[in-house]
Ligand binder design. Structure first.
Ligand SMILES: *Cc1c(COP(=O)(O)O)cnc(C)c1O
Length: 390
């Protein structure tokens, strides 16, 4: 065990993590020509924990457009958007996005984390009420806390409880109520019920904030996620680090909401504008994604096969309906043991443990991408079967 005289609070916290077997560190994964495989400590691993759902991070058209933008516009945008960092390439991409998705307007953000944290802090205050799903991404929770609003979390997808909170709220003097949910949840791969959230928000005069991070690129008309058909959603969040293959985020909203964020959202105002390399990559990804229905069908078919095989082996896959398939093994120890077994057989899959998920719901979280083939799923299933029977 390490110990440090200078930072006793740090060595104590880290030691606690080690004792609980929850200490985490950074391991580089070297990606060679095929992004499906990575090398760690000389060993080649088949990657089942990437969010590059459509394989666009290594797509030649995406890479080429990124290079073109760098050559044409340089390496950086030189300033924040409001000062002198806005270029035509930012505004053009925002307009193109709004058009493809059917949003009134779109505003780019540097990351999804930054968007959630700072948008929520800007749209609610100490007189507001925020009601968020218990399984919300950390960035949504941090944003709610930063806003100083009263913050309640309803049980996962439990809209009876949400309605109860909404009814209670009617007799109080909140200046506004926000309902927050993801469309596809990142740890369970299950979906929410957007129609029902839209209905409840309209019935109780609440606003709706919907984070589409894991659905974007994989679900919906032209792959634009679950949000676009629901015009009633007040803030439509999407991120670009996953299926879009690069980096950044956006919000789709009404013109007036965009003006408000440009004026009041610190995570938009006080940060350097996204650089040309990223905008170029996003511009190409936005051309390609609407044409990738075949890839989307393939991803969902493989995911279904994996769930079916896992059920046959007696594993719970929660309510996954997406490319994210949790294989729930219960204890932390089981999760680490399975993850190590997979790695020893050349498969990379992450063990997810509390506090990221509830106690006794430790799991291996598999993500399927368009680059996976059926034989890769078979290989994965075989190795898991071995562990189960071994
Ligand atoms: C990944 C993710 C984010 C964060 O997006 P980044 O662009 O990676 O910062 C936000 N919300 C959800 C639901 C996510 O899964």
């Amino acid at each position: 065990m390490s110990s440090s005289k200078k930072y006793p609070f740090i060595s104590q916290a880290l030691d606690e993590r080690r004792v609980e077997h929850r200490f985490r560190d950074l391991n580089a994964l070297e990606i060679e020509s095929d992004p499906l495989f990575g090398k760690r400590e000389g060993k080649t691993l088949l990657n089942f924990c990437s969010n590059d759902y459509l394989g666009l991070s290594n797509n030649p058209v995406v890479k080429q457009r990124s290079v073109e933008f760098v050559q044409k516009y340089g390496a950086g945008s030189s300033s924040s958007r409001l000062v002198s960092g806005t270029r035509d390439y930012h505004s053009d991409l925002e307009k193109k996005f709004a058009k493809v998705c059917g949003f009134d307007s779109v505003l780019l953000f540097n990351t999804g984390f930054q968007a959630n944290l700072s948008i929520i802090a800007a749209i609610a205050d100490r007189n507001s009420l925020i009601l968020a799903d218990k399984k919300s991404h950390n960035s949504l929770i941090q944003g709610a806390q930063l806003s100083k609003a009263e913050f309640k979390r309803f049980n996962h997808n439990d809209y009876n409880q949400l309605e109860k909170f909404l009814i209670e709220a009617q007799s109080k003097n909140y200046n506004r109520i926000w309902i927050i949910s993801e469309t596809i949840f990142s740890m369970d791969g299950d979906a929410n019920n957007l129609e029902e959230l839209v209905r409840l928000s309209s019935k109780y005069k609440a606003y709706l904030y919907s984070d589409d991070a894991h659905a974007l690129g994989v679900f919906g008309y032209k792959g634009m996620g679950f949000n676009p058909p629901h015009k009633e959603i007040d803030l439509n969040i999407g991120t670009f680090g996953k299926a879009f293959g690069s980096f950044g985020a956006f919000v789709g909203c009404a013109e007036e909401m965009k003006d408000y964020l440009v004026n009041f959202c610190s995570g938009f105002i006080y940060t350097t504008a996204l650089p040309p390399a990223i905008i170029g990559a996003l511009d190409a990804a936005l051309d390609l994604i609407p044409t990738m229905d075949e890839e989307r069908t393939h991803i969902l078919k493989l995911s279904e096969i994996l769930r079916h095989e896992m059920h046959k082996l007696g594993f719970d896959t929660a309510n996954s309906i997406s490319q994210i398939v949790p294989i729930i093994v219960g204890s932390d120890k089981n999760a680490v043991s399975l993850s190590n077994h997979l790695e020893s057989k050349g498969i990379l899959a992450s063990a997810i443990r509390p506090p990221t998920v509830e106690k006794d719901k430790a799991r291996i979280r598999i993500t399927i991408t368009a680059n996976h083939q059926q034989k890769h799923i078979e290989q994965l299933v075989e190795v898991i079967r071995e562990w189960k029977n071994g």
